[in-house]
Ligand binder design. Structure first.
Ligand SMILES: O=C(O)[C@H](O)CO
Length: 359
């Protein structure tokens, strides 16, 4: 007998099945509903979001029916012509060129992401286009992955499994594969928001001694929840045994993690980034890691993405690199797609979105 979960999955598949896409091509999804607002979806999003769009009867939509390759820019510029709404993911640059190509019908852009550095907010604002995004639904998944990455980096798990698999595991040794523990440590958070708080809440039971943070200004309400002290960026670098970057990528935070920061960190410190690759100067990070200025780095995000396999950071044992998977749990990605779809539909109905960016 099918478990209810499996049965549900099967039902979802059946519900989505009639769409049966041809790989790599843009496929018209709705039946003839030519008077309805037109929407372009730039990726094959998880089924919950697709189903909301399908069942709404409110829009006709086309989507780029692959999750493996992003829609080529040329096709995207073609497909957005005259659309009323756009549902995108973080690989699509929504800039003046694209908005010009879309034209004056475009009323709503809904991104299936909490980050919005791929959106030219100024251009969107200028054109009166509303923007939806997906904060909160991914907080738990991102915090969980950040903790996993921090532990994998500080306790050298990737190196250790490699050694075990490739014959490096000799006798038990007193200092072999030693790392750094969270107990009695100071954890620093660069950019305290919901995700930073969620990370700290998960790390606290590891007996962290102190949480510190920096941001453009103190955030007492959030800091109170985790008993974190506000410090300057310099102090954050100096005091942190673990420094976790949680800030958005903006002109102000671009490459904020550079030699200036790394040179102030302890040789025993671990640097973790699950926000955006652009906040780090990767040459400076390579230097800091390869010279032992800092002990290790765990990165879920890089510039560019994917990071070429020939990149020098991949040669370092003390650098753990993940392919931008912080929010990658089935439930979270489905929730993100549902929120993005609902934001889009609400925006097109000129109603308040569930999560709308103030421009
Ligand atoms: O911005 C986001 O949503 C994350 O980086 C991917 O989930």
């Amino acid at each position: 007998m099918l478990s209810s979960r499996m049965a549900l999955r099967r039902l979802q598949r059946i519900a989505v099945a009639p769409l049966s896409f041809t790989s790599g091509a843009t496929t018209k999804v709705q039946r003839d509903m030519s008077t309805l607002p037109r929407v372009y979806v730039t990726r094959q999003i998880p089924s919950e979001g697709l189903k909301i769009l399908q069942d709404s009867g409110q829009v006709q939509f086309e989507l780029w029916d692959s999750d493996d390759v992003p829609v080529p820019r040329k096709e995207l510029l073609q497909k957005v012509k005259g659309v009323d709404g756009l549902l995108c993911v973080l690989t699509e640059k929504i800039d003046a060129e694209l908005l010009d190509a879309a034209g004056s019908n475009l009323k709503v852009v809904s991104t299936m992401s909490v980050g919005f550095d791929h959106l030219s907010l100024e251009e969107l604002k200028k054109r009166g286009i509303r923007v939806g995004y997906t904060p909160e639904v991914l907080t738990d998944a991102v915090a969980e992955l950040t903790v996993a990455l921090l532990l994998a980096t500080s306790r050298r798990l990737i190196e250790a499994t490699h050694e075990a698999k490739t014959g490096g595991w000799g006798t038990w040794r007193t200092l072999w594969l030693c790392g750094y523990e969270l107990a009695n440590s100071t954890v620093g958070i660069l950019g305290l928001g919901r995700i930073g708080v969620a990370i700290a809440e998960r790390l606290a039971p590891f007996k962290v001694k102190k949480f510190i943070y920096t941001d453009v200004a103190p955030r007492p309400e959030l800091a109170k929840a985790i008993n974190a002290e506000y410090v300057t960026l310099d102090e954050l670098a100096k005091q942190s045994d673990f420094l976790s970057v949680c800030c958005a990528l903006t002109p102000e935070t671009k490459e904020i993690c550079n030699t200036n920061l790394f040179s102030k960190m302890k040789n025993t410190s671990i640097f973790i980034n699950t926000s955006r690759g652009g906040v780090v100067n990767q040459e400076d990070l390579y230097e800091a890691l390869s010279t032992g200025q800092i002990a290790g780095a765990g990165l879920d995000v890089t510039v560019p993405e994917p990071l070429p396999t020939s990149h020098p950071l991949f040669t370092l044992k003390n650098c753990v690199i993940l392919p931008h998977i912080a929010s990658a749990s089935y439930s979270t990605r489905n929730a993100m797609s549902a929120l993005a779809a609902n934001n889009l539909l609400l925006g097109l109905r000129s109603q308040p979105m569930i999560k709308e960016l103030k421009l």
